[in-house]
Design a protein around this ligand. Structure first.
Ligand SMILES: C[S@@+](CC[C@H](N)C(=O)[O-])C[C@H]1O[C@@H](n2cnc3c(N)ncnc32)[C@H](O)[C@@H]1O
Length: 321
């Protein structure tokens, strides 16, 4: 019980270290607390305590009074590493204040923070690049499970930086994709698509999937982590809209944090539903049956679950029209 209650101390130590960029500052070097304090322009009293706590958390290694990155610190927390996940950690950091007001949101049933997609530039950047961090870990596991070998044009609806469209296009050389998202997402998506040298096959389309039409015809549509941001009625509208732009035989694929049908697990989707209470008017995690019903109501057939190994219990439900 005490471990659960006090876990946020570790969380805050990690967030502070990422915010101060401690792991990048150390890089490949072995440095004293005094040297690191100088590089951070910080007090040695404070910096040394943080360094010792990070060492106790196995994120740094201390030898003869000098600190170096541990293998996981260097791989995941030093900028420049292909596996850097500091953006999603900063996104979590931005959520902290709202989580401390959870009791109020529970009683009122109302959000206590703005949605990251519609928030200021700093929040939106860590949110979208954080989605990139997460998807870079998941896409290589997911893409081989979904057969798009007969598909020509994929719509990545609410695709953010376009990470999944990129991975699908990398696997299927015949495939083109459109990433549909809010206008403020365009620079992030275009930069990422360019970085993967796919500008000739992936385009960005601006729009709001609740209010605007979706142009074009597609033979597959991928909805990753967008349903949980909306209430059940809007989810049904989004799914119906997605189905309406599919060619006959087209495929709709939902990827989200999926609850079991009694809504009380697995743990991550259950906690994530609280995160949506804190940050949206009507978003939530949905159960497998709820998503299947939404697809059935839109006329989707042959609906099935695809099992995926995921650290945060995300799951996939797919069907055809
Ligand atoms: C949680 S992110 C998921 C990003 C991406 N699909 C992934 O799985 O990595 C949700 C995305 O939906 C976009 N979004 C939110 N509301 C939207 C709306 N009304 N219309 C279009 N895009 C929206 C956000 O900008 C963000 O990129």
């Amino acid at each position: 019980m005490l471990e659960i209650s006090g876990y946020f101390w570790k969380t805050c130590a990690l967030h502070a270290a990422v915010k101060l960029d401690v792991f990048t500052v150390i890089g490949d070097a072995h440095l004293t607390a005094e040297e690191i304090s100088q590089k951070l322009s910080g007090s040695q009293r404070g910096v040394e305590r943080l360094l010792n706590a990070l060492t106790a958390m196995a994120l740094l290694v201390k030898t003869d009074g000098k600190y170096a990155n541990s293998p996981s610190g260097k791989t995941f927390l030093a900028k420049g590493s292909a596996k850097y996940i500091g953006h999603i950690i900063m996104h979590h950091h931005h959520l902290l204040e709202s989580w401390s007001q959870l009791d109020q949101a529970v009683l009122s049933g109302r959000p206590v923070r703005n949605r990251a997609s519609f928030s200021d530039d700093e929040w939106r950047e860590s949110f979208l690049l954080g989605m990139f961090n997460l998807a870079m870990g998941m896409a290589p596991k997911i893409v081989p499970l979904i057969d798009l070998s007969s598909k020509r044009h994929l719509l990545d609806l609410g695709g953010g930086p376009g990470t999944y469209a990129i991975h699908f296009c990398k696997k299927y050389s015949q495939l083109k994709a459109t990433v549909y998202d809010l206008p403020t997402t365009r620079p992030f998506a275009e930069k990422t698509i360019k970085q993967f040298e796919l500008t000739d096959r992936i385009q960005f389309a601006e729009g709001n999937y609740l209010n605007d039409p979706i142009e074009g015809r597609y033979d597959a549509v991928w909805l990753s982590h967008i349903l949980h941001g909306e209430g059940p009625d809007d989810c049904r509208r989004i799914i119906q809209k997605a189905v309406s732009i599919l060619e006959p035989g087209g495929m709709i694929i939902i990827h989200d944090f999926i609850l079991n049908n009694s809504m009380d697990g697995p743990l991550f989707p259950a906690l994530f539903s609280l995160n949506m209470l804190l940050g949206t008017d009507s978003g939530q995690s949905y159960s497998e049956d709820q998503i299947i019903d939404m697809l059935a109501a839109a006329g989707v057939k042959d609906v099935r679950r695809i099992v995926v190994q995921s650290p945060n219990d995300s799951g996939i439900i797919v069907g055809e029209i």
